[in-house]
Design a protein around this ligand. Structure first.
Ligand code: BV8
Length: 256
């Protein structure tokens, strides 16, 4: 009889000792995450070919005010489908490791481009959402968040009569000013800046690791693939966030 099949144990990662030393001596850490950190929860990234119903749609067309104006029902239904998928998944080991990492440092700022709320569900207490949150809905005219709305019409309407829309930042829209200011301050003042699961192609978020680098921080990229940032990073850990982050956490100082 064959033995019990041990779950696939990830290969131990070669983590540079200089990085361990930087993390041991650091007080201020900043992290930027992108869609890749939610990939292991089963949420397709923007660069993956979207599976199923949405395979033929391009987020760059749907996640825009023009796309919404052109076909509000299609855009609303795309977000409703994404919301349903997010409700069915769980945060993964990468999200959970970042929530624990926050406890290890006196100054830990997590900035995310993701709109799925999985960092908060994993227990991260301070999350700066640069691109909003798919769980929130706002009036497309008054821009005020609406807590409840009658399902039925797609998109539903605000009491003022205008369509409701997801409270996310579309391409061509400005990012929330306070969120961006906090993110930039964290990038300028941190000692180590992690960029995790992002293709580093969407601005102005993609500027943050370069801001940190210019301010003297050690920039660490965690991604299975290369990105335009890879050559600028001081440390590159090639692998999925759900594998790399728990191994990195195990080498970090105990909780502060
Ligand atoms: C703006 C919410 C000012 C909606 C999103 C230069 C300066 C300023 C602006 C621009 C500029 N150049 C171009 C622009 C315009 C534009 C832009 O950046 N375009 C890109 C396409 C070039 N930026 C904007 O429009 C921004 N607004 O600048 O306002 C302005 C205003 C008016 C006129 C002019 C300027 C707004 C950008 C925000 C858009 N909204 N999301 C929604 O989600 O539906 S962006 C959306 O796409 C996501 O939020 C995310 O940010 C982005 C996708 O990027 P990633 O997160 O990196 O995901 P991606 O799939 O690309 O990559 C995943 C990575 O994970 C890969 O590298 C993969 O290898 C890796 N990975 C996979 N598995 C794993 C993994 N990593 C780790 N572990 C794994 N297991």
């Amino acid at each position: 009889m064959g033995g019990r099949h041990e779950p696939e144990r990830p290969m131990p990662l070669a983590i540079p000792p200089e990085l361990i030393a930087r993390l041991a001596g650091a007080q201020r850490i900043a992290v930027l995450t992108g869609a890749g950190i939610s990939a292991e929860s089963g949420i397709p990234t923007f660069r993956d070919a979207l599976t199923g119903l949405w395979a033929r749609y391009d987020p760059l067309q749907l996640a825009t005010p023009e796309g919404f104006a052109r076909d509000p029902a299609l855009v609303w239904d795309w977000y409703a489908e994404r919301r349903r998928r997010i409700a069915q998944v769980q945060p993964n080991l990468g999200h959970l490791a970042l929530a624990q990492m926050e406890q290890r440092y006196p100054h830990f700022t997590l900035v995310t481009q993701n709109v799925d709320g999985l960092h908060q569900r994993a227990g991260s207490r301070t999350v700066i959402e640069l691109h909003g949150n798919i769980g929130r809905v706002k009036c497309s005219r008054e821009l005020t968040v609406v807590a409840a709305y009658a399902e039925g019409e797609s998109p539903p309407r605000c009491p003022c009569g205008a369509w409701l829309r997801p409270d996310v930042v579309w391409f061509g829209e400005l990012l929330p000013e306070q969120a961006m200011e906090q993110a930039e301050a964290a990038a300028r003042n941190c000692e180590v800046f992690f960029t995790i699961g992002t293709s580093a192609e969407v601005y102005p978020a993609a500027e943050l690791p370069m801001t940190a680098r210019a301010a003297g921080a050690a920039v660490v990229e965690i991604n299975p693939d290369k990105t335009p940032l890879t050559r600028h990073a001081h440390f590159v850990l090639h692998g999925p966030a759900g594998v790399v982050l728990p191994q990195l956490l195990a080498r970090m100082p105990a909780a502060a």
